[in-house]
Design a protein around this ligand. Structure first.
Ligand SMILES: Nc1ncnc2c1ncn2[C@@H]1O[C@H](COP(=O)(O)OP(=O)(O)OP(=O)(O)O)[C@@H](O)[C@H]1O
Length: 362
């Protein structure tokens, strides 16, 4: 779903249960070489004398369109689950070169996504819950994941982004949103089993809406004839950010490297009790109680040196030489916390780009 669009089932994608089972997991019409067609192909040389040339030509043309055309088509256009370069190495390379200061997130995401994609028969859809301070890379990493699975990334027809405050703004419309969201997910997974759904601002999402997607995340082979086991659900939120920051700050204060922080150090920050407050959309949801989230991924608050890295990348992407004077000036304009120690950027890398505009406005 594109921003600004209310959730509604895309026409043609809301297949009925019977159709849906047939379509889920298929890469598009005509992708499988039917037995009859295969037989025709093998028998064609023998039959050449018996069958008149026009019929033989038509039969061969049928085989070509049913088998070769879809494959050729997917070489040039995007198909469900068909990116050519999908690999653990490519994902690792992207994460290493683009995502700064997030050693924990990198590791979990790399293992979770590449393991899931290479599993031909997952028992449930992959569910990732990304937590952390604003501007630390949660949306950015979702984009990297999407791009590694689909050529079109976030613009792919198989990747759907929902922003709680944008798409589900009115609490009074929850029943309607619920129906639309379920229809949307069902319709899209029917069309492409390897669909990706990203829910931003999960902590602002109405509890009823979170519960509406629950059946799709569970260990069911089929729900009303549709299998959701190859889909990917990514939830983004700021829930737990304070606790994650406290852990990072403790490490900093005791003079340890941030890379020494282990996942187990973050466990208390990402526990059920951490989300069990009224500021978090998860607190009344049974997603956690029912163990439907596979990975809780912590995003650490970013430091001054990470901001500089973000600024350099932005300069290069705008086609400028990196000017270290400007990099320092922009980084120093940002605000940091805690007040006395000024360790972490309070907006992460989020606003560095607009600050850069000031230096390149002509
Ligand atoms: N860790 C990072 N490494 C590299 N670039 C980053 C990182 N974090 C943020 N950025 C840059 O800042 C931009 C904004 O970050 P992003 O939207 O991913 O933040 P977020 O964590 O999703 O924030 P919010 O919680 O406010 O939604 C990204 O598009 C990216 O360019």
């Amino acid at each position: 779903m594109r921003k600004g669009q209310e959730p509604e089932a895309r026409s043609g994608s809301g297949a009925g249960p019977g159709q849906a089972r047939e379509r889920a997991g298929g890469a598009g019409p005509g992708m499988k070489l039917g037995r009859a067609a295969l037989g025709l192909l093998l028998l064609a040389p023998l039959a050449v004398r018996a069958v008149e040339p026009i019929s033989l030509g038509l039969a061969l043309a049928g085989v070509l369109t049913g088998y070769i055309y879809p494959r050729l088509y997917c070489l040039f256009a995007e198909c469900c689950g068909q990116k050519r370069s999908l690999s653990r190495e490519a994902l690792q390379k992207d994460l290493d070169s683009k995502l700064f200061g997030q050693h924990l997130a990198k590791k979990v995401i790399l293992n979770a996504v590449s393991g899931f994609i290479s599993n031909p028969k997952p028992k449930k859809p992959l569910t990732l819950s990304l937590h952390g301070w604003t501007g630390t890379g949660k949306n950015f990493v979702s984009k990297i994941i999407a791009e590694n699975i689909y050529e079109g990334g976030l613009n792919s027809d198989y990747v759907h982004l929902f922003v709680a405050t944008l798409h589900f703004p009115h609490a009074s419309n929850i029943t309607l949103y619920k129906d639309q969201l379920q229809l949307w997910i069902r319709g899209n997974v029917s069309t492409c089993a390897r669909s990706i759904f990203i829910f931003d601002e999960m902590d602002k999402m109405h509890a009823g809406l979170i519960d509406a997607i629950k059946p799709f995340l569970d260990y069911y082979d089929h729900v009303d004839g549709v299998s959701y086991q190859k889909a990917i659900f990514i939830f983004l939120s700021n829930a737990g950010a304070e606790r994650i920051t406290d852990v990072a700050l403790d490490f900093w204060r005791s003079g340890k490297q941030r890379e020494e922080i282990k996942l187990k150090d973050m466990e208390p920050a990402l526990s059920v009790s951490a989300f069990n407050n009224k500021n978090s959309g998860f607190w009344h949801s049974s997603l956690i109680d029912r163990n439907l989230i596979d990975y809780f991924v912590p995003f650490l608050p970013l430091e001054y040196k990470h901001l500089k890295m973000c600024i350099r990348v932005e300069m290069q992407s705008r086609g400028f030489e990196v000017d270290e004077d400007i990099v320092t000036k922009v980084a120093e304009e940002m605000t940091f916390f805690p007040k006395e120690e000024r360790v972490f950027s309070d907006k992460g890398c989020k606003t560095v780009f607009t600050k850069l505009d000031y230096y390149y406005d002509d």
